[in-house]
Structures are given as C-alpha cells and as structure tokens.
Design a protein around this ligand. Sequence first.
Ligand code: PMT
Length: 221
Amino acid sequence: VTEPDLKGRHVVVSAGGTREPLDPVRFLGNRSSGKQGYALARTAAARGARVTLVSANTGLPEPAGVDVVPVGTAVQLREAILKAASDADVVVMAAAVADFRPATYAAGKIKKKDGEDPEPIVLVRNPDILAEISTDRARPGQVIVGFAAETDDVLANGRKKLERKGCDLLVVNEVGERKTFGSEENEAVVLGADGSETPVPHGPKEALAETVWDLVARRLG
Ligand code: PMT
C-alpha cells in the first residue's frame, strides 16, 4: 500500500528531450525517451500529489490523473516550468534539455547545393532552467531536484553540477547510447546539498522514482 505522503502537494516533473529546430524538417535532439520522468509522475500521483508533467517529445501515453503540458524546445519547456512552478511544492527536472540551439531557423527546408560545402551550424546558449528556478525560488521551502546524465567521472561531475545548479537534490545517472536512455531500468546516486549520498541499485525506473519521493517528502517535513 502506497502512503499518501504527497497529499495536498503540487509537484511538477519535466520529462523527455527537447528538440531544437534547424528548419521545418530537422532538429538537434537527444536520446531521452521520457520514461524516467513519467515514472516520477505516476509514482507521485499514487502518493497523493497533484502532478503537472511537462513533457518534451516523448510519445508516451498520458498517465492517469496527471496534468500533461506538451512542449518542444528548451525555451518552451522553460516557460511551462516557470508557470507551473509558481505554486509548486516540488519541481523535478528529469528532462534532457539542450544546452544550445541553432542560432537561426530556416523557414524553408535547407537545400544542398551542388559542389558547395555545407554551411556550419552556429549554436547559441539556451537558458539553464534548473539553475534559474533554484536561484529564484517561486516559494519559500520549495524543493528542487535535478538530474545529471553523465558518461564519465559520474560522481565527481555530479557533485560539481549540484553546486553549480544550486538545487536541493541531484540524481546522478550514467548514460550511453544504450544505457539508461529508453530502458525500463536505471541506477543512480542521489546527492544532497547537505552532503548526503543515497545509492539506488539497478532496478525499475519506478524504484528510483520512489526513492526520490522518499527524500523529497523528508525535506517537505
Ligand atoms: O528519458 P529516459 O529515456 O527515461 O532517460 C532518463 C534520463 C537519462 C534522460 C534522465 O534520467 C536524466 O538524467 N535526465 C537529465 C538529463 C540532462 O539533461 O542532464 P544534464 O546533466 O545535461 O542536465 C542537468 C540538469 O539540468 C537536468 O536536471 C536538466 O533537466 C537541467 N537543465 C539542463 C540544461 C538546461 N539548459 N536547463 C536545465 O534545466
């Protein structure tokens, strides 16, 4: 039996991967399926929370009893998160957000020209949503959780990222072409701003989600 320990709480979860368009046909994207974020949304709803799920390009079925806000790009995801976070008790950023986007958008499909080299793709920085909502908290006592997708020096990079972003908890997971992305399982260490480290062994993405909510519920008091 699941304890309704998030009853009366509004939690916001982001899931999936942003797509940054180059033209009407192409985009720069990443391998996130959205499964980890959806597992967080489902388990929070089961624990009694009102859940807003900001979902970027997942194609997953909408979880029952969850308010889904679909978005495409990092800029759209930021807008949706800022709006939902204004009255939220918790924000969990499980989405893989593009750090950069193409500087220009071509209104028509970019064509290859015979004998000419391709144009380089120029990128500009996207806003860092997690850092922004951690620095400018919408409500006192709001708990903010980030994820860190790392391929090497996983824990050391995670610690640095936690400090840089300023969130309360950071879920550090290792990723690769066939690791974590799209799979039903995950394994992670949850780092706390208080110096705590909670290892979560390899298992279903729901199990990691439940550990995140345990740690969040403790912080909500
Ligand atoms: O979707 P799945 O296939 O189930 O895979 C799950 C996952 C690997 C995508 C997920 O567990 C995960 O790690 N999500 C975060 C991916 C990511 O973008 O990590 P990052 O280390 O690049 O970013 C760190 C944190 O900052 C993240 O919480 C991210 O949402 C946030 N961020 C990043 C860039 C940006 N411009 N704004 C942000 O808010």
